[in-house]
Design a protein. Sequence first.
Length: 100
Amino acid sequence: MIANHPEPEQILLENVLFALGNPLRLAIVRQIADGSESSCNALRPQDVAKSTMTHHWRVLRDSGVIWQRPQGRENIISLRREDLDARFPGLMTTLLQVMR
């Protein structure tokens, strides 16, 4: 696992809301909300630089929204849905329904 994944009890609501307040980050979370995993490259829009995406991955990871793990030369992204649901019951369901 890559460093800087907060423990579940360290995930703060204000950090999660900040991370999901960006349209690009929210779109990424929507893509993996079904429990799937994807590589960073597969989730990166063609018109967004890799360096810009590195920033967005860091915000999502540091806020506790995603897991990021290395696999070969790629990083694999998945939603921390179980941790988020345990910490903030119903939050992700509501946000994903409302913010379409």
